[in-house]
Design a protein around this ligand. Structure first.
Ligand SMILES: Cc1cc2nc3c(=O)[nH]c(=O)nc-3n(C[C@H](O)[C@H](O)[C@H](O)COP(=O)(O)OP(=O)(O)OC[C@H]3O[C@@H](n4cnc5c(N)ncnc54)[C@H](O)[C@@H]3O)c2cc1C
Length: 491
């Protein structure tokens, strides 16, 4: 390929969706990805390997705010974290784009309305072939079109759960999913949540985004290409993209899409795009707990389980009527998964796991400038100041009471490990004011005219929904903007 016109750093949800959207323009696009393709392996459907032995976790150490080392569950491969994701492709609610008063503070709102992003949500759902159903969920924002496919069916124990939740006055709804269930199950009888998508059936940044982009001859993907630093010229434009091996590449337009943590790290290491001092700040994840509902005499033989959500307490229902969050099912927890995450020995974990229905309670984390990704020398520090935890505890209590009323006499809960930044976002937030934000509402750096950010780093709020569809929708919007502004003169 001749010299690239656009370099995209990172092939995850943001970078791959952007590449796919730019590809039909014929522009010469080079995607630089630090990792390699995930190839099918026996570990892919082996819960003990994934959850017990951490087979796929990177050999990487970060430090928390107290200087304690930890191994983050952040994945580097073609498709990024989406290769392992639960494929929940859920829109932020319309209300999330304006300030919302929470128990521990008020969110800042977005520099755009839901209506402005809606067409891109629709396009992203079509691109990622989302299975869903409009009209079941009272918090559902307006859709300009239908979901391209009908929902992944509930398994019988989940259909029973749905009836029980309705019986206590809730409005369970089908979880929008990027999963072709027949295709997925051909690769093994497991859920897809946290299992890598290597044999088909999961719609992720590699199987959809990168595959779609590479169908065009003007797109090249370079794997094993870790970017270490960006360089700016005297005119402030990004003039060089330096790889770990020492090689430096350049292109008229550079897009950074390395994920919220690594995008901040790259900018901090480069000393760029940070006239606001906001790079690395406002780091958010979600406040999350696993909630296991058990009836000792009722087994749950579900294989995948993850087909249902409840948003009745998304905007209200907490102390002082504060928002609480989203409830969705986890992928089915099995004996090896429970054994890896609890003190239970294997046989007991298996006995219990055959009787649990496994839910995920997710509450919004609020932006805080002191919640930061920092670089100390070359050490990555994730000083996450988890906000709004009291609301999360109230949420879990409420859910447990409701599940007991719905016919599960034993309900156990446990917060997810706060050092696994699955829903990381917010480290280079978008805004209209260059003094308080890193990029404009299209993802363009306030400081460097040819630099765009296109990943979860730009999200101003975490909401209480999974981030990937919003990352993809923003990427499609950024792609349109790049084509309209960077190449407006043709050529
Ligand atoms: C187990 C798990 C389950 C999840 N489930 C869901 C879900 O159901 N729904 C949902 O919406 N979200 C889910 N998520 C989160 C979702 O995967 C992320 O929100 C999404 O992938 C973020 O996209 P991104 O583009 O910001 O970053 P990523 O997808 O992480 O992509 C970043 C890419 O950049 C590459 N990279 C990093 N540094 C460099 C460098 N220096 N040079 C070159 N390349 C680099 C990485 O290797 C990676 O490919 C889940 C995540 C995990 C881990």
């Amino acid at each position: 390929m001749d010299a690239a016109e656009i370099i995209i750093i990172g092939s995850g949800m943001g970078g791959a969706s952007l590449a796919a959207a730019l590809a039909p323009s014929g522009r010469r696009i080079l995607v630089l990805e630090k990792g390699d393709y995930l190839r099918p392996s026996p570990a892919d459907r082996d819960a003990a390997a994934i959850f017990g032995r951490g087979h796929f976790r990177p050999r990487e150490v970060w430090y928390d705010g107290k200087g304690r080392p930890f191994n983050p569950g952040n994945y580097y491969n073609v498709g990024g974290n989406s290769k392992f994701y639960g494929a929940v492709l859920l829109r932020y609610r319309a209300e999330d784009f304006a300030p919302i008063r929470h128990l521990e503070g008020t969110t800042p709102g977005w520099p755009m309305s839901y209506a402005a992003l809606e067409p891109f949500y629709q396009r992203a759902e079509e691109m990622y072939r989302v299975r869903g159903q409009i009209g079941e969920d009272p918090s559902e924002p307006p859709h300009s079109g239908r979901y391209p496919f009908s929902p992944v069916p509930d398994e019988p124990a989940i259909a029973d759960l749905r009836r029980r939740l309705e019986g206590v006055g809730l409005h369970p709804a089908s979880l929008p999913l990027g999963v072709d269930i027949e295709e997925w199950l051909k690769g093994g009888q497991t859920t897809w949540d946290a299992f890598p998508g290597t044999t088909g059936g999961k719609m992720d940044a590699e199987s959809i985004g990168i595959a779609g982009a590479l169908a065009h001859p003007n797109v090249t993907l370079r794997t094993g290409a870790e970017v270490r630093r960006l360089h700016a010229g005297a005119d402030g434009r990004i003039a060089g993209v330096e790889l770990a091996g020492g090689e430096t590449l350049s292109a008229p337009t550079v897009v950074l899409a390395a994920g919220a943590v690594q995008t901040a790290v790259l900018l901090l290491r480069s000393g760029l795009a940070n006239s606001s001092g906001q790079v690395g700040r406002n780091f958010m994840n979600h406040n999350t707990s696993a909630v296991l509902a058990i009836h000792p005499f009722r087994k749950n033989p579900s294989v995948y389980q993850k087909t249902l959500m409840v948003n009745d307490f998304y905007l209200s229902g907490g102390p002082g009527d504060a928002p609480l969050g989203n409830i969705q099912l986890l992928g089915k927890i099995t004996g090896p998964i429970l054994a890896a995450n609890s003190p239970l020995p294997g046989f007991l974990a298996g006995f219990v796991a055959r009787r649990t229905v496994d839910l995920y309670a997710m509450s919004e984390d609020l932006p805080d400038p002191e919640s930061r990704i920092m670089l100390q020398g070359d050490r990555i520090v994730m000083d996450w100041r988890q906000k709004n935890w009291a609301a999360h505890l109230a949420f879990v209590d409420k859910l447990k009471r409701l599940l007991r009323r719905a016919g599960y006499p034993i309900v156990l809960s446990r917060p997810f490990d706060s050092r696994t930044p699955s829903h990381q976002c917010g480290t280079a937030r978008m805004g209209t004011d260059a003094a308080t934000s890193v990029v404009d509402p299209f993802g363009r750096s306030h400081d460097h005219a040819n630099l765009f950010l296109c990943d979860a780093s730009v999200l101003p709020t975490s909401a209480a929904v999974n981030p990937a569809l919003t990352v993809a929708a923003l990427a499609l919007r950024t792609a349109d903007h790049i084509l309209a502004t960077e190449f407006a003169g043709g050529g």
